[in-house]
Ligand binder design. Structure first.
Ligand SMILES: CCC/C=C/C(=O)SCCNC(=O)CCNC(=O)[C@H](O)C(C)(C)COP(=O)([O-])OP(=O)([O-])OC[C@H]1O[C@@H](n2cnc3c(N)ncnc32)[C@H](O)[C@@H]1OP(=O)([O-])[O-]
Ligand SMILES: NC(=O)C1=CN([C@@H]2O[C@H](COP(=O)(O)OP(=O)(O)OC[C@H]3O[C@@H](n4cnc5c(N)ncnc54)[C@H](OP(=O)(O)O)[C@@H]3O)[C@@H](O)[C@H]2O)C=CC1
Length: 304
């Protein structure tokens, strides 16, 4: 069924602070977990740029809340991404409603914080099922139903997939299940970027550092949240808007040559375990300590 391409003429109230209006005119984006946090910020940015956006999640009220802010260009779909039948239905519904899916944003995910030795087999499975299996179900269903089938020109429609993963990559204590699942998702994006290049599908991951979303600020133990910014060399948490801008960039033509990449968005959290200079390696004014330059005895180097 061919549905005429339409344009989002009801732009969201707040224009983008970065990109020109109309950058994503004519595009359809499916955002999982669009009812809250990073997903919600991405939805508002995408709509502001002219995209029509379908959002899914388990809680209808959260989805409706985002849609109320995003306007008529946003459709809501209750779906648990862990359930194959629900995911199939979701993608069919989005195609029936919008006619195409240009970009899938696999943002839905999460975990609980617990020492590895206390995590039960069911707890481990719960988190890998959400972050890895759920991401696979969504990616496979969107690719096979919307991106691999022929478009109007008889060639595969193609598209983009952006999956949210986790920084730091060198291990996040208390999150062995999520660290394992997100690493798998990154390699899934890399592998599929090779296999599905022939269909014009580009797949990337955004490895998110710590962002000041409502859930991040409230779900985890207070001391951990309070300490989080101190572990970021740039000295602060990310904002949901900064995440949303990267999603919009990748969805735009500027993102067309990105595929198989992991874009780490974390204020350098991945590269260091704290601000620098760290305690003990700064002088009284806070400047990094510098080694005194060695002086050489010129006579030692003189030719004999
Ligand atoms: C530095 C931070 C960086 C990252 C930040 C973010 O991602 S911010 C964004 C964060 N956003 C999100 O995380 C949002 C999405 N997250 C979620 O929906 C949940 O956190 C979920 C992933 C647990 C899934 O929920 P669900 O309703 O499907 O699952 P359920 O509740 O029915 O539990 C199933 C099983 O899991 C186990 N278990 C669960 N909790 C604990 C625990 N505290 N302790 C120990 N174990 C726990 C337990 O085995 C349980 O079975 P039981 O013992 O009951 O028979
Ligand atoms: N904030 C941060 O610092 C970081 C976040 N991340 C990741 O970024 C993503 C967004 O995080 P954030 O916005 O902070 O957190 P939120 O908890 O606000 O977002 C997670 C979203 O996923 C949805 N979701 C969860 N489980 C399912 C499911 N089974 N089916 C469908 N939707 C589901 C939730 O909606 P509902 O409950 O209605 O289903 C929710 O809207 C997550 O994957 C998170 O783990 C990664 C690194 C750091």
């Amino acid at each position: 069924m061919t549905i005429p391409e339409t344009t989002n003429t009801t732009r969201a109230a707040n224009p983008s602070a970065i990109f020109a209006p109309g950058l994503l005119d004519g595009q359809v984006v499916l955002v999982s977990g669009g009812g809250s946090g990073l997903g919600r910020a991405a939805v508002l940015e995408l709509v502001a740029l002219g995209a029509r956006v379908a959002i899914c999640g388990r809680r209808a009220d959260a989805l409706e809340d985002t849609a109320a802010s995003a306007g008529a260009a946003c459709s809501t779909h209750v779906c648990d991404i862990r359930d194959e039948d629900q995911v199939d239905r979701l993608v069919d519904d989005v195609l029936a409603r919008h006619g195409r899916i240009d970009t899938l944003v696999n943002n839905a995910g999460g975990q609980f914080l617990a020492p590895a030795e206390t995590i039960s087999p069911k707890g481990f499975r719960t988190v890998t099922r959400l972050n890895l299996d759920g991401t696979w179900l969504m990616t496979h269903a969107v690719a096979t139903k919307a991106m691999i089938p022929a478009g109007p020109d008889g060639r595969p429609a193609g598209g983009k997939v952006v999956s949210v993963t986790l920084s730091p990559h060198h291990g996040l204590p208390g999150m062995v299940h999520s660290s394992a699942a997100r690493a798998a998702v990154e390699n899934m994006m890399r592998e599929l970027s090779i296999e599905w290049a022939r269909f014009g599908i580009r797949l990337n991951a955004i490895a998110a550092g710590q962002f000041a979303t409502d859930i991040f600020m409230t779900k985890y133990p207070r001391p951990m949240v309070d300490a989080a910014a101190g572990l970021v060399p740039l000295g602060r948490l990310g904002t949901p808007e900064e995440f949303a801008w990267l999603v919009a960039y990748l969805a735009s033509p500027a993102g067309d040559f990105f595929s198989g990449s992991v874009l780490t968005l974390d204020g350098a959290r991945d590269n260091h375990t704290g601000p620098w200079p760290a305690a003990g390696s700064a002088d009284a004014a806070g400047n990094p300590l510098t080694e005194a330059r060695q002086t050489r005895d010129p006579s030692a180097q003189a030719p004999r």
